[in-house]
Ligand binder design. Structure first.
Ligand code: GLN
Length: 314
């Protein structure tokens, strides 16, 4: 295929993934795994997987694309979707929608902005989102799991209790953030309950294939590609994509827009999901993180993917 010419045929994408893999191979093993969550310290740094799910129903994979990993902050897109369905536009009274320009677990802005987190994709914002979901459902955790399983078309997806417990035991910063938000009366539920839900959403175990399927509705104006039914309305899908683009990789969002040019969401488990509107979802997993908590290889792979295919919103 011609570099830079948009193409999404299966044969082209198979070749593109091969080329992307060859391009990033020398980088695999660089960066650091997220050892601040003790249970994630032992994940082999040399893993690499990638999956592309298209609206035509194709799934193209390379490497360890079927291996479940800890999705961590990628879960914030699922919970944001549920919270928006529960509360609608009132959600924006409790959380902003501007990029933070700070680390995902930073405390500094919260005091100045009186407990209203900058956006739903930083940790404090995700705590508020978790609180909204807890208030809207007596079975919040099961509801989230059900939603994710349905989106990914995989009933075996689970939350790793060991990861959740491990993060809770070392979760001093999240505990501080949630209590601080609570001090501004921006949490209605018990802080421990909010954090328990948050640590469990982060502990969802999914593969690149699961995530690619699960994010397809955001590439499809909110419509499930398999059933043709609306998961959310197109307006909401547009807004979630916009937040991923501007806030999905925290203080690297500008750099990702520059290099990749797609709505993306990363997690410290080493996964990054990218949405190509009206075309596909692309997922990369490699656990070595850069200094901002994004997969180093994942960023390079998406950079290369968009360069080779011309698939970018710009
Ligand atoms: N559970 C992680 C945390 O709160 C999620 C962070 C991330 O994936 N960026 O620190």
């Amino acid at each position: 295929m011609n570099p830079g010419s948009p193409s999404s045929s299966r044969a082209d994408l198979v070749e593109v993934l091969d080329q992307v893999h060859a391009h990033v191979r020398p980088l695999i093993g660089q960066g650091k795994v997220a050892s601040y969550i003790p249970r994630l310290a032992n994940v082999p740094i040399d893993r690499f997987g990638m999956a592309v799910a298209t609206l035509e129903g194709e799934m193209i994979t390379i490497g360890a694309a079927d291996e479940p990993f800890s999705i961590q902050s990628i879960s914030k897109v699922f919970t944001l979707t549920l919270a928006l369905e529960a509360l609608g536009a009132d959600l924006w009274k409790r959380v902003g929608r501007e990029p933070s320009g700070n680390a995902f677990n930073s405390l500094v802005q919260l005091e100045r902005e009186r407990g209203i987190p900058r956006n739903p994709l930083i940790n404090a914002g995700a705590h508020v989102i978790a609180d909204v979901i807890l208030s809207s459902s007596p079975n919040a955790r099961e509801d989230l799991l059900g939603f994710v399983r349905e989106r990914a078309d995989n009933a075996t997806i689970s939350m790793d209790e060991d990861v959740a417990r491990s993060e809770r035991e070392a979760g001093f910063r999240n505990i501080a953030l949630a209590n601080f938000v609570r001090s501004f009366n921006n949490l209605d539920n018990d802080v421990d309950a909010v954090l328990d839900f948050y640590f469990h959403q982060c502990a969802l175990q999914m593969s690149c294939v699961d995530l690619a399927r699960a994010f397809l509705f955001l590439a499809n104006r909110g419509v499930c590609q398999r059933s043709g039914r609306a998961v959310i309305n197109p307006d909401r899908a547009k807004r979630i994509n916009a937040l991923m683009m501007t806030c999905g990789t925290y203080d690297a969002a500008g750099e990702f827009a520059f290099r990749v040019g797609l709505p993306v969401k990363s997690g410290v488990g080493g996964g990054i999901v990218a949405v190509v509107p009206n075309a596909m979802a692309v997922v990369v997993w490699s656990p070595g993180l850069d200094g901002k908590g994004n997969s180093l290889v994942g960023a390079a792979a998406l950079d290369r993917f968009t360069a080779l295919t011309g698939l970018s919103v710009f």
